[in-house]
Design a binder for this molecule. Structure first.
Ligand code: AKG
Length: 253
């Protein structure tokens, strides 16, 4: 695993750490989501299709995302508890952490859709904006061609902006153009097994996948144990929160 620079993370609001996981771990995780995705698609009720299906891929039906792998799948609980990952997370937000929410982001070859620019802290409405960090695990190489993440450097030090959503995509809350137009966004390619971390306030987005290769990732949204999603913009099931570590005081309580 690469050494990483905490000061860089604090200043820029994101940092990439290469080689946190082995390629074989990522391959096993991909096999798991392929299996899960198949069952999920087969059981998906019509009223939920727009939320989960990628509208950019017309030739076939593919998933855009799956929610809460940390709760539903052993393979992802194991990734969330990985000591190297947890040490990095605790260095950023402090000791005693949980996964509050998690997502698999699929981006299918030849058409997987973009994710508009947003701030996770708008979605989550945490009681402490410094207490949230997302660990975005690259299950495949994420490149400029297949839709890697882009970040707004230093936006972690600015406010959480009100977001808007197109009527047809209530799940795609996004930063209004008037704000985003003033903010340069820098690409952050990550090799398979690397982890891109971003602060809850950091602007981020991803482009479409025009390549012939998948771009799949697992975002684990970590919070310090004393932080709640107090004013979330979308509904989250608080009972799915998974405690990963606890401070001595939290163990004794
Ligand atoms: O993977 C993507 O395209 C979006 C990721 C994202 O929005 C997140 O990790 O918070």
């Amino acid at each position: 695993m690469d050494a990483y620079d905490l000061a860089y993370y604090r200043h820029h609001g994101h940092v990439t750490v290469h080689g946190v996981f082995e390629a074989a771990d990522m391959d096993a995780a991909i096999r798991d989501i392929e299996q899960w995705g198949e069952t999920f698609l087969a059981e998906l009720p019509p009223e939920k299709r727009a939320w989960f299906i990628d509208g950019g891929v017309s030739a076939r039906t593919v998933l855009r995302k799956l929610d809460n792998p940390h709760f539903h799948r052993d393979a992802f609980r194991k990734l969330a508890r990985d000591p190297k990952l947890v040490q990095l997370v605790e260095s950023m937000i402090g000791p005693g952490v949980s996964v509050y929410f998690s997502q698999i982001f699929f981006k299918a070859p030849e058409g997987g859709g973009p994710k508009p620019a947003h701030q996770d802290n708008y979605y989550f409405g945490p009681t402490d904006i410094e207490g949230v960090v997302t660990a975005w695990i690259a299950l495949d190489d994420a490149t400029l061609e297949n839709g890697c993440l882009y970040f707004g450097d230093g936006t972690n030090q600015g406010p959480v902006y009100d977001h808007i959503a197109p009527e047809s995509e209530p799940y795609n809350l996004q930063i209004p153009a008037a704000v985003l137009d003033k903010q340069p966004m820098q690409p952050a390619p990550v090799r398979k097994g690397g982890v891109s971390f971003h602060h809850g306030n950091t602007f981020h987005q991803s482009g479409p996948n025009h390549s012939r290769r998948w771009r799949r990732a697992c975002a684990l949204h970590f919070v310090r144990n004393d932080v709640e999603f107090a004013t979330p913009a979308l509904p989250y099931d608080h009972s799915l929160k998974l405690r990963i570590t606890a401070t001595p005081e939290q163990v004794a309580a």
